[in-house]
Design a protein around this ligand. Structure first.
Ligand SMILES: Cc1ncc(COP(=O)(O)OP(=O)(O)O)c(N)n1
Ligand code: TZP
Ligand code: MG
Length: 210
């Protein structure tokens, strides 16, 4: 089942400036249509409190809510999909568990990983890191613009149709060169939620990508 995937995906994060709920609220009020709730520090009750509040915000604004990992919460709140960060996860098994209607995203640091994700039926892939990021320090080599060019060319040559989003350290000025590589879109967290004016930062990202 082909899913609607948004070109600009906002990822919430544990930061001191704004709670996850505030981040979702500000992003949605600035036009965000895709919120990935990424919280790896709370228990299930706390997660569901956040998720229910964010689901209501997403519902008001017509945004898709994706939760990072925590697939055991499927069915416990109005969640449209899950982004699985475990690159070795068995996505065939996860698809069987979650069903066709749930959007499933995966992450990869390599072209080979993207090919595997596509073969296991994920709906989109975050491919990174583009550049350094403090959101989740990563030892994988930085892809830079050329890393996306090479990967997209290789996927096209193999006729693999997978929405690939650049992720990790993407800032506003990176959007044009990244989109020119043929990627589907951008997933971003810190450049938006750590900006002095989050709403303006989200709008600038949106204007640049569309
Ligand atoms: C859309 C999207 N892409 C990537 C991630 C993070 O995935 P992760 O596996 O943590 O990436 P690495 O830092 O390990 O490269 C995400 N949450 N959402
Ligand atoms: C690469 C990555 N790893 C976990 S979330 C994420 C994306 C957010 O990165 P950034 O905050 O640099 O946009
Ligand atoms: Mg990972």
């Amino acid at each position: 089942m082909k899913k609607f995937i948004e070109k600009l995906q906002f990822i919430t994060h544990d930061i001191h400036q704004h709670s996850h709920i505030e981040q979702a609220n500000i992003a949605c009020s600035a036009g965000a249509k895709w919120i990935q709730y990424r919280c790896l520090t709370k228990n299930d009750e706390e997660l569901l409190n956040d998720i229910n509040a964010i689901a209501a915000i997403c519902d008001d604004w017509g945004a898709t809510l994706i939760v990072t990992d925590h697939i055991h919460l499927n069915g416990k709140a109005d969640i449209q999909g899950f982004h699985i960060e475990d690159m070795d996860a068995d996505f065939v098994k996860i698809r069987k568990q979650l069903g066709e209607a749930i959007t499933i995203g995966g992450s990869s640091n390599t072209l080979e990983g993207l090919i595997r994700l596509a073969s296991e039926g994920v709906d989109y892939a975050g491919f990174g890191p583009f550049f350094t990021t403090t959101t989740k320090p990563n030892n994988a080599p930085l892809l830079g613009v050329s890393g996306y060019e090479k990967a997209i060319k290789a996927l096209k040559a193999k006729e693999i149709d997978l929405p690939v989003l650049a992720v990790g350290g993407v800032t506003l000025s990176d959007i044009d060169p990244l989109m020119l590589t043929g990627i589907f879109g951008i997933a971003a967290s810190s450049a938006i939620n750590q900006a002095e004016d989050m709403r303006a930062a989200y709008s600038a990202f949106y204007d640049s990508i569309m």
